[in-house]
Design a protein around this ligand. Sequence first.
Ligand SMILES: Nc1nc2c(c(=O)[nH]1)N[C@H]1C(S)=C(S)[C@@H](COP(=O)(O)OP(=O)(O)OC[C@H]3O[C@@H](n4cnc5c(=O)[nH]c(N)nc54)[C@H](O)[C@@H]3O)O[C@H]1N2
Ligand SMILES: Nc1nc2c(c(=O)[nH]1)N[C@H]1C(S)=C(S)[C@@H](COP(=O)(O)OP(=O)(O)OC[C@H]3O[C@@H](n4cnc5c(=O)[nH]c(N)nc54)[C@H](O)[C@@H]3O)O[C@H]1N2
Ligand code: SF4
Ligand SMILES: [Mo]
Length: 837
Amino acid sequence: MERRSFLKMSAALSAAATVSGCNSSSKDADVVPPQPPVGEEKVNWSSCLVNCGSNCPIKVFSRDGVITRVETDHEVEDVYGLHQVRACARGRSLRQRTYAPDRLKTPMKRVGERGEGKFVPISWDEATQTIADNLQRVISQYGNQAVFRSYGSGAYYGFASNANFNRLFNLVGGCLNAYGNYSWAQQMEAAKHTFGTGSTSGSSTVTIEDSDFFLGVAYNPNEIRQSGSGEGYDFVKALERNPDLKIVMIDPRYTDSMLGKEGQWLPIRPGTDAAFAEAVAYEMIKSGWVDTHSLDFISKHTVGYDAASIDAQKAEFEASGDATKVEYAKHMNSEENYRDYILGLGIYSEPRTPEWAEKITGISAAQIRAIAKDLMNAQRPYIVVGAGVNRQANGEQSMRALYMLSVLTGKLGNRGVSNGELPYMTGMYRAGIPAGTNPVKETISFFTWTEAVVNGKEFTARTHGIRGTEGLDDKLGTNIHFIFSASDSSLLNQHAEINNTAQILRDAQDLFVVSCDCWMTPGAKFADIILPDTSWLESNDLVDNSYAAGSLGYLTAMSAAVDPMWDCKSMYEAAAMIADKMGVGAQFTEGKTEADWLEHLYEQTRTNSRNSGVVPAFPATYKEAQQIGVFRKDMKLNHVALQSFVKDGKALNTPSGKIEIYSAELAWRAANWTQEDVTGVKGDTITAIPQYTVTWDSYEDTDTATDYPLQLATYHTKGRTHSSYHNVPWLREAVEDALWMNQFDADAYGVSSGDKVVVYNARGAIEVPVKITPRVAPNVVALGQGAWYLADTKGRTDDSGRPLDIGGAVNTLTRYQPSPVAKGNPQLTIRVQIRKA
Ligand SMILES: Nc1nc2c(c(=O)[nH]1)N[C@H]1C(S)=C(S)[C@@H](COP(=O)(O)OP(=O)(O)OC[C@H]3O[C@@H](n4cnc5c(=O)[nH]c(N)nc54)[C@H](O)[C@@H]3O)O[C@H]1N2
Ligand SMILES: Nc1nc2c(c(=O)[nH]1)N[C@H]1C(S)=C(S)[C@@H](COP(=O)(O)OP(=O)(O)OC[C@H]3O[C@@H](n4cnc5c(=O)[nH]c(N)nc54)[C@H](O)[C@@H]3O)O[C@H]1N2
Ligand code: SF4
Ligand SMILES: [Mo]
């Protein structure tokens, strides 16, 4: 039956039931309580804008200014290619999230100690004046480099996004820049130094249909891309078209991406993927297979496999006349070649045998040999490595070590084959609020902001990897004194080492913090001024499909279902008010109203050539587009990793123009950078070829293994997007935040499912319930990240007197130690001990 007629029929059926109910007792009819007046039901299109990569459209029903329910997209017939973009459980709970009791309702200023959470309401005028005064003061006292807009991936708006605050800063001299991101920092560096690409240049997911062997390492699209049109759906569809594909998944957890699809799950110990990769490489090389099958490919397309290739590259750099390359050449050493390293020859003494790797990874030597055999037998091996590997100590090297497997197969450039990078995706074009250009050149790694509050003055390229300065030892020259945290929980909850972050924010000399959010989050409590933003369902905007919607591109013209609630204002309005107080109001608005801006941005979007062929066709005005809501386009993704390089001879964007097994730039960095020792840098090393190292808090770290014998694998849970949606009771019920534990470990600790345990290490302690499950490897426990930090209300503490976190935020246990190359976040390297609560 067609859906529409089914709905009509069920409406009719329920009406009939009511009638017969009334008839059954005329007395009952007399006592029906008075009903509120029923206005007309309004339907608006909105969108879920969290950072999960999808921005699913949401259909919002309201009546008399109250949201009554939300529905997912089912506007079109569900035919793959222009399919329905169905929202996941999070998007479907938006009504609860919008009406959550902890919504911020009015601007507020701090009255207690920072972090204590004591605020009083103030007017928008006072709030924006205070912000403008402090911004002005910090700029004149310390320079624009002391102003920082922290990460903030909570809302992917087009018009009312937090880029409005960058727009504001850029009009008053700029702010300190940040490079990298919490998601992919280390893999972006790994891909750059191997393939000269970003980290998402792998073959498109649809091309898995042509593969004959799939190796997924930390690859979990069905939990991290849950949208009905996301990468997860593309993955499932590609497998449907390729039922004979052999699939091996490597992850400490048995994930939803495996459920019934995997041929084999190999539970690996966290942080040991490089050892696994090296042992597979050992088998491929030692058996003579590489010599007979892929040496031609390797000789032609790569540098670093053997000593001769490094010497040849060195000579080429020396003769190039390019100062940078000549400088790199000085640090190249052909003794450090990949083949010798793997086989334990030359300057290396320990061959990377499967037996060696078995002890480290927990994957048996026989299984490692079997994977090597699968890779050697495959004609079209598709390898993909998820970002769980990159968010580890020395993650850059683990990523590079895994990329090597695709190189050794010699099959790159063909459809069905991929190089280990995340699949390439693109979407429709959407114009957003222009941020302008930042006159400040200095750039820090996104992750180092807490340190920059304390010691930014001393940051240099050599020690902290800052960019935008002339010499390696030129200093940044100022600490951060002004933080604008907008749609951002990295101010506390999402950054590593919460107790450390809290301490830094509390102790900071002359620091002014603004938080612009919709809810009273753990981080907002550390602000001096809080600005209440309107939520998505109260917003008019134009949004795209974000960055991981897979093969379908879409654009949603959002229209507010209800007026801004309480005293909330959009980020555009907030920034415009501050701009006005800073004397740049007219430049900020360009004389346009919100409606003018939306029409203007829509016009740019509508006429962009990338959007041609959209269904339905764009109407002339934004207002009309709002009536339609969702516009779709099959992006016909068909990217094959490195095809133009291998097939057409187009040079890669690496210094050598080839795939760099040996990176001369990394050799240079190893010689010239100083690894800053924040809390011990064991194993955090830069090497020209990828090498497994024993890092701090890793499986082999004997310094911490006795006190903290369990490795904690954290993951992005279906119950939240990071910290977003934590305050939705439905989701807290649907996806329990429990510590996964294997039966063997549960027996050893004497705990049962449902027991509360304290999970602790040197950085803090959290309290969570246990869930016993075979879905996690022995000696590894697992917990979803993003739960909100909450200090114990009964005053319980950890052994160092810091509050016990009963919210269960993983970052109470993580460590602040920027990674060696990317200066990124190794937030998945965690060792813990547990005790019954
Ligand atoms: N539901 C949901 N979806 C999300 C998000 C969310 O919070 N919730 N966040 C979004 C964002 S911003 C991002 S960046 C992506 C993140 O996407 P990912 O980085 O892929 O997600 P993670 O869950 O951190 O890691 C993926 C897998 O790696 C495994 N893993 C952990 N450590 C290791 C290891 O050492 N080796 C191996 N082989 N596996 C390991 C984990 O068990 C997990 O299954 O997800 C996006 N999608
Ligand atoms: N331990 C550990 N930590 C991690 C990770 C991990 O795997 N493990 N993953 C890291 C990764 S990959 C990422 S991307 C970061 C993400 O960290 P964040 O970018 O901080 O992402 P969210 O936690 O989603 O929070 C964003 C904030 O936006 C707010 N928000 C939502 N909608 C709106 C809105 O419309 N307006 C305003 N003003 N605010 C809004 C939310 O309430 C929330 O406070 O976390 C990182 N932290
Ligand atoms: S969280 Fe992601 S998948 Fe779920 S509804 Fe929102 S955008 Fe869609
Ligand atoms: Mo992320």
